[in-house]
Write a protein that binds this ligand. Sequence first.
Ligand SMILES: [Zn+2]
Length: 852
Amino acid sequence: MSDNPFRLPRNVVPVHYDLHLEPDLDTFTFEGSVSIKIGVTEALDAIVLNSAEIQMKTTVLRGEDGEIEVTGVTHDDEFERATLTLAHPASPGTYSLDITYTGLINDQLRGLYRSVYRDHDGVEHVIATSQCQSTDARRVFPCWDEPDLKATFKTTMVVADGLEAYSNGAEIGRTPLDDGRVRFEFSPTMKMSTYLLAFIVGPFEATDPVAVRGTPIRVIVPKGNLHLTAAALDNAVFCFEYLSDYYGIPYPEQKLDHIAIPDFAAGAMENVGLIAYRDAYLVLDEAKASQGELQACLDVIGHEIAHQWFGNLVTMKWWEGAWLNEAFASFMELKATDAKKPEWKRWLAFANLEIPWAMGTDQLATTRPIEFEVNSPAEVDEMFDSITYGKGSAVLRMIEQFIGEEEFRTGVGNYLRKHEYANTVTSDLWEGLDAAAEWPVGEIMDTWVYQRGFPQIDVQVVDGGIRLSQRRFLAIPDDTDSTIWHVPIQLRGIVDGEPFQQKVLLTEDEMVLPVAGTVDYVVANAGGHGFYRSRYSDDLFAALLENLGTLDDIERYSLVSDTWAMVRSAQVPASSFLDLVGRFGEETEHAIWSVIIGGLRSLEHHALEEGTRPAFEEYVRNLVSPALERLGWEGSEDESDLTRKLRGDLIAALGNLGNDPATVERAREVAGRVLEDEDFDPEVCTAALAVFSYHGGPEEYETLWSAYNNTSAPTEKVRYLRSVAGVQVEELAVSTMDKIVEGDIRTQDGFWVFARLLSGDSGPAVWHSARTRWDKVLEVMPGMTRRRVVEGLPALSQPEVAADVKGFFAEHPIPEAARFLTQNLELLDSNVLLRERETPVVTEYFAQEPAS
Ligand SMILES: [Zn+2]
């Protein structure tokens, strides 16, 4: 790592920063000054530190023997550094480096940036807020901006009267100045990394603090939203208690604020003591929120609080360790959510959401290993993807469930206590876990962390036992790939009529597990904890179907999900999937319907000829109608949140995939009343809007667009924007594209709206309209949202459109999205193959089986 040109020389060690900021929300600039206490470890004639888009005015170096003049400052834009040349060499010792400077409050969602929002009365307000991860603290002040150069920070801010200011430390002073402004002073922080700093100014208001284990916790929102903070505050208190108990270490800071920001590139950011969120995560009306929105609020709060110990107190040495930080917080968030809301079956939802998201990337030849060498800031940003969050948390869950939850927790506690206020590499965690577990954690995990991809486990009953074999699962199969993993497998089944359970570590390409007796059936991924696909021999698959009623929800889920994966990878035809899901008409579990509907939607999008559509729609109606009839449109008081959510999904499937006239009509009626502000069950409301927009024309489009513009409630805004992007008529979809490019849609939302448009019926038209003004499209996708501009491309599987997409990007590479682009183009290839292969299969399936 020492030869990484992006790393600073280690001849200076920052110890403490006194930072003063005066942001001006009218001119979008700020005045700053910083006094840094540093240790010089070897004689030097220049000081090198990080600085970007900052104009230094004065620089002074003071040592024990007096001042050393700084004779020049040079900037290196590529490496985002400043070099301060000294009049004579500084000998080793302690110094104070004082710099005054000016900086910019940009519109790029990084460093110190501005966010403009309208309140409930339509009045416009400006916020200045920061995002320092990964390498943007250097845009706020000159500093040693690397995660292992930890220091303490004391901040003061001067802001216009009437505004609030927040930072990582607790507010310890608020003084009116003669010029009418107000000076805020914050307590010094613990020893921490620069990427976790935060500075926020604006018209905010805060809930009263709730003291939890002695730590005051608040939710802070743009003024006028205080009545929508109850869910967030309740979640914040619960997760804080749950996580501090789990870690067994007191929270290391003085307060923990959760603040809602109207423009935010990521979902949230775990700044020490001052966590920032997209506003829709924190500001929500519990009575009107869907299960998905409530779960997102709880998940994300748990995630960010989990970081306060894992990541903030103990931090990676360098950015290649960012995956472990994120993976661990993602894993802990699920534990916290599951603890608070067991009825949401969060681990089943994990199998249905995050695992397929991760496998969607990891099934590609162009996937990456979880950990890889990181040099430049652009490579750091590439770490924040489905492999880090999804696969990373999945392999942690897999090992936790294999070695035991208590052993895992003990290992984590050991690790945190040993490295508090310091930095680590990945193997430090495995050491902590190895000491607590009976299995070789490090050896197992190395095969998952440093190798790309994941295995498929083939299961077969043979004489004397169960044969398990592994090979890499690839969307486009490649028989020459011989990668193998150390696979922690948990088997469950029935042998000789008796329950059977066994843990097996498969380290070779195959093995036969001896079993005394006759295997009635066996599932190869009991609990769904394994990050692999299972494929059963035909007789075993038949035995599982015969025993469908005795399989638990995750086992039934896996059967459908794995079968769909086998269709995707050309191992079984789509007809097998259609046959299988035909048996699930009686199913009541939301996640299982979700994977069924997802598979059907893919077939509809990629493999349906127009002539087959009526028969396909009838198949959907025959499958879904009885399930919806059982639930009805009206909920009952005692039904679960997931049942309510299932109702919504069934309505949307029946109305859109099934094109069921009665459902479409009723959805339109409900949507009309929702748009008149009538309160409805949130799941029915969301589904009705989905059907309304899918079948909508110009009039519906205008109605949704003005509803989007007229609401100031963040969750409603997202809901209406999703509906606007759900209108399928070509010129209207293109007009939504216009709105993205012209800045009528927030830059934080542009990428997902674009992806949604590409995934719709008018995807090709939207693509053609986007490619003609590509520079403008990129312009409105700043910072970390830019690479996500490619997420919708795999939907464009019509061969001539796909060829055009590939030709276009051969000429127009996106450096910030290089890896994402390659991966999404491979997924596109795989979808083109799916279309070519499965269209005749689906056509024949419905020609042979006219729905009765
Ligand atoms: Zn995180």
